[in-house]
Design a binder for this molecule. Structure first.
Ligand SMILES: [Zn+2]
Length: 274
């Protein structure tokens, strides 16, 4: 599943081709997604200039003077720039065609993506309005995490993966960040000290920024390449079950927290209360 770094790399990858570019047409090949694509977006987008592309959690917002296209990649969605209109392949859902013949294509094998149009403030849209601060902004700070987590009994891992608390920290990056800080994933969020809240916030920002940097190096959205894969990177604990911890050589363990696989080193990440 594309996590926050993949979405941010996608945003930065397509932005130079699309910013200030005007949509000359939209072709819908298959409207079936998590929410069906409305045919009205053809008329909504035609003739509109894309002023900017912004990101809220895992959503991309294509901002125009007339309204905003809200797009979510779902589980398997891809956006890619094409320089000529090619016959749509299986799982291609939509093309946005621009005046200079640049094409933005959306492909989604599992159809969990979302493409919709709003003329209202997109930040008040029901999909977006309850999303917490972006982890890469100053609003997500140690002070914020400390304040928000007081008296919360939920595990810190579930807390940081809850979009209402902080936007778009997925399973991979939650696991990696907790390992870096030596915080056991089952620690009740409200038990985290001020100092550890600060350390965890710094770690989350660091792992996400590093993934974005690596992704930019590896990913090419143009010209007419195959779909960029979702990038893998060197991970210290995620899916490293049974392997040796890179710090202390103890074995990496795997448990389920909230039905999500959780990986940790029981030596480096002490259980709460021990
Ligand atoms: Zn260890």
């Amino acid at each position: 599943m594309p996590e926050l770094p993949e979405i941010e790399v996608t945003r930065r990858g397509i932005l130079p081709h699309i910013k200030e570019n005007t949509v000359s047409g939209v072709k819908i090949y298959n409207p079936k997604l998590r929410l069906p694509i409305s045919r009205e977006i053809i008329g909504n987008l035609k003739g509109q200039k894309i002023n900017s592309i912004t990101r809220v959690s895992r959503y991309l917002l294509f901002n125009t003077n007339a309204g905003t296209l809200i797009l979510h990649l779902g589980m398997t969605g891809h956006l890619l720039i094409r320089s000529k209109l090619l016959t749509p392949r299986k799982h291609d859902h939509l093309d946005m065609v621009f005046k200079d013949k640049i094409i933005l294509r959306f492909n989604d094998v599992r159809k969990f993506g979302i493409i919709l149009w709003t003329v209202k403030d997109p930040l008040n849209h029901k999909l977006l309005k309850n999303i917490g601060p972006d982890p890469l902004t100053e609003n997500f700070s140690g002070k914020y995490l400390f304040q928000e987590s007081r008296s919360r009994k939920v595990s810190i891992k579930q807390f940081i993966m809850d979009n209402k608390n902080v936007a778009g920290v997925g399973n991979i990056y939650a696991n990696e960040s907790l390992f870096i800080c030596g915080i056991h994933p089952l620690t009740p969020a409200g038990n985290l000290s001020k100092k550890n809240c600060g350390k965890l916030v710094t770690a989350i920002k660091k792992v996400l920024s590093k993934a974005i940097r690596n992704g930019i190096k590896k990913t090419d959205f143009y010209p007419d390449r195959e779909w960029p894969g979702y990038f893998s990177q060197k991970l210290k604990v995620y899916q490293q079950e049974g392997k040796k911890c890179s710090v202390c050589s103890h074995t990496i363990m795997r448990i389920a927290i909230g039905q999500r696989s959780t990986f940790y080193c029981k030596n480096c990440q002490k259980k709460p209360g021990k």
